[in-house]
Design a protein around this ligand. Sequence first.
Ligand code: EPU
Length: 432
Amino acid sequence: MEKLLINGGNRLVGTTRVGGAKNAAVGILPAALLADSPCIINNVPYIDDVITLTKILESIGTKISFMGSGSLSVNGTGHIDYRAVSDMVKRMRGSIYLLGALLARNGKVETAYPGGCEIGARPIDQHIKGFEALGAKVTISHGVIRAEADRLVGNEIYLDVVSIGATINIMLAAVKAEGTTVIVNAAKEPHVVDVANFLNAMGANVKGAGTDTIRIKGVESLSGCEYTIIPDQIEAGTFMIAAAATCGDVTIKDVIPKHLESITAKLIEMGVEVIEMEDSVRVRGTCRPKKINLKTLPYPGFPTDLQQPMTALLSTGEGMSIITEGIFEFRYRHVDELRRMGANIKVEDRVAIIQGVEKLTGASLKATDLRAGVALVIAGLMAEGQTEIEDLHHIDRGYENLEEKLAALGADIKRVGKGETILKKVDKDAAI
Ligand code: EPU
């Protein structure tokens, strides 16, 4: 079994860069099926979720070429099957976007129920509400979601909860519908805006993305385009937190500092120095961060995806910090693992009460989901002694070359285990 071995205590120092946004890529790749000619997509992150998604898209007839340097050509012309029910669909959450894309493209779709991190119930009622409002008939049986419509017609859709997935899926379904669709109480995350910008680059008419009301005027057809995915807000935030956690001094390049404002604000409150530049941020840690209170919220609030790394950082903060998870019912599976390292954290429902300890100590740990995994990596970098982390497939779903990037900043981290690492690298060089 592959493991990460981390000898903690090294400061991270130097410069790193982040890749393209995972949660934009998983919307943009299926969106490319709506064009009547191929799309070239740049800055595609080489992570397991994207690899799985390209395999799913190929399995239904999409022609995908890896062009090197993170660029992909996606050709969704010709016959594309409306069914995507393989086990690969169940491995990731982002496969949910096949629903909106195939419904708009083929008038019907069947997909397996998506998987992804186990962080709460993760219902899809708002996606279904949106499709039904556009005129689709949606059924779910035996783990398969089916949607079908003779024609999709624009409508006003009020989302009962702010959902990134539902907002993107409804945009995909509505972009070629007759008339105008209005999504009220839409998600405003940067990756929602990126998917809207990609749709517009193909000729769609989507206005208001980034606000809570998105208007989509249906168009007859969309054509291929070249598009560059935005930098990953969560990967950038992960490195910011890792720099702070190791009392380091790291410049993170190729970011959009505006997207990082909530993270910057909380780090500054903790006594960390954050210097914003045009497309980079420099983070200089303080030896023990000050206590803070934090609530995760939809954008522009503090992202839930960084709650787990932040818990690791605060576990050695001075005093008592309180974190409230405002998005998912249970995103604290990393806490048991942090306790093995000596952290003093109590969890009651959505609230984690963290009494900072002077230091964490290395332990044998398991990643339970993507961001839990990276939180443990950060904890390992901070801890005294050696930390071992198993179940790395969770981390590989969303981080590209994580250990190489951290090692280049001075971390003592390596992946050990069966020969898959080497195979994966060869595969990678041949691919993106
Ligand atoms: N929700 C509903 N009904 C729905 C949809 C969502 O009640 O139909 C609820 C959810 O249960 C949750 C809240 O609304 O309480 C927000 O969920 P959202 O739909 O925004 O999340 P998602 O689309 O399932 C995406 C990311 C997650 C990220 C969340 C929140 C992708 C593929 N996934 O999930 O990413 O945590 O938004 O920001 O975009 C990750 O990258 O580690 C990750 C888990």
